[in-house]
Design a binder for this molecule. Structure first.
Ligand code: TZP
Ligand code: MG
Length: 219
C-alpha cells in the first residue's frame, strides 16, 4: 500500500477483541465502521479472551465486517492466524519476536510495530515495517503492562528526526484529546475503549474522525 494511502487509513485505527466489548463484537465493529473508523486490528487478549476455534471464528466474522466496509483488517501478533485468514497485515510489539524474521514471513502484507523511542522506530523501519504505533500517549487502563506515559514527546522526536512513516498515537485517546496527538505529528489515533466502551460506537468513531481531520487541517 502506498504510504500516503496508508496515512489516510491511520486516521481512526480501531483495535479490539471480545473482552473489550460489552455487547456483540461484530455489532460494535460494524457501528465503528459506519461512524468512520478507517482501519481495524483484531486483538484478542486478556482475561477471559477466546482461544482456538472460537477465536479464529470471531476473527473471520470481524474480517467479513471489514470487507463489507472496505476497511483493512489487521491481526495482533499471530502470524498463523493472519496467514490462515489472508488478513491484510500484522501488528507486533517489541516483545513479540525477531522483527526481521517476522517481516520475512509475509512480504506482501502490512506490518505495524509498536515503538517507544527513536532507536526502536529506526530499527522497525529498517526491517521494513509499514507503520509505527507510539504510546501510551496518555494514561490508559486498558493495557496494564505498558511503558510509562510519554505524552507527545516520542511522536515529536520521531518527526524531528526525519521519520516520515505513517504513525498512530495510542493510549487513553478519545475525541476530546485526539487533536494534540495529531498536532504533535501523528497521522491518526489508535483507540480501544474510546469506541468499544462507548454507548454509541458509531458516534464515538465519527467524533474521533472529525477531531483528527480538524487537527490535520490546522497542522
Ligand atoms: N498499547 C499501548 S496503550 C494500549 C495499547 C494496546 C491500550 C489502548 O487502549 P485505550 O482503551 O485506547 O486506552
Ligand atoms: Mg504483542
Amino acid at each position: 500500500m502506498d504510504k500516503a494511502v496508508l496515512k489516510e487509513k491511520m486516521k481512526v485505527y480501531f483495535i479490539m477483541g471480545s473482552t473489550n466489548c460489552s455487547t456483540d463484537a461484530k455489532e460494535v465493529l460494524e457501528q465503528a465502521l459506519i461512524g468512520g473508523a478507517t482501519l481495524f486490528q483484531f486483538r484478542e487478549k486478556g482475561e477471559g479472551c477466546l482461544d482456538g476455534k472460537s477465536r479464529a471464528e470471531l476473527a473471520m466474522a470481524l474480517q467479513n465486517v471489514c470487507r463489507r466496509y472496505n476497511v483493512p483488517f489487521i491481526i495482533n501478533d499471530d502470524i498463523k492466524l493472519m496467514k490462515k485468514l489472508n488478513a491484510d497485515g500484522l501488528h507486533v510489539g517489541q516483545e513479540d519476536g525477531d522483527l526481521e524474521e517476522i517481516r520475512k514471513a509475509f512480504p506482501g502484507k502490512l506490518l505495524g510495530v509498536s515503538v517507544h523511542n527513536l532507536n526502536e522506530a529506526r530499527h522497525a523501519l529498517e526491517i521494513g515495517a509499514d507503520y509505527l504505533g507510539v504510546g501510551p500517549v496518555y494514561p490508559t487502563g486498558t493495557k496494564t503492562d505498558t511503558r510509562p506515559v510519554m505524552g507527545y514527546s516520542v511522536i515529536r522526536e520521531l518527526r524531528d528526526n526525519g521519520i516520515d512513516a505513517p504513525i498512530v498515537g495510542i493510549g487513553g485517546i478519545h475525541a476530546d484529546n485526539a487533536s494534540g496527538v495529531v498536532q504533535s505529528g501523528a497521522d491518526g489515533v489508535a483507540v480501544i475503549t474510546a469506541i468499544s466502551n462507548h454507548q454509541e460506537p458509531a458516534a464515538a468513531a465519527s467524533e474521533l474522525l472529525k477531531a483528527v481531520e480538524k487537527a490535520k487541517q490546522n497542522h
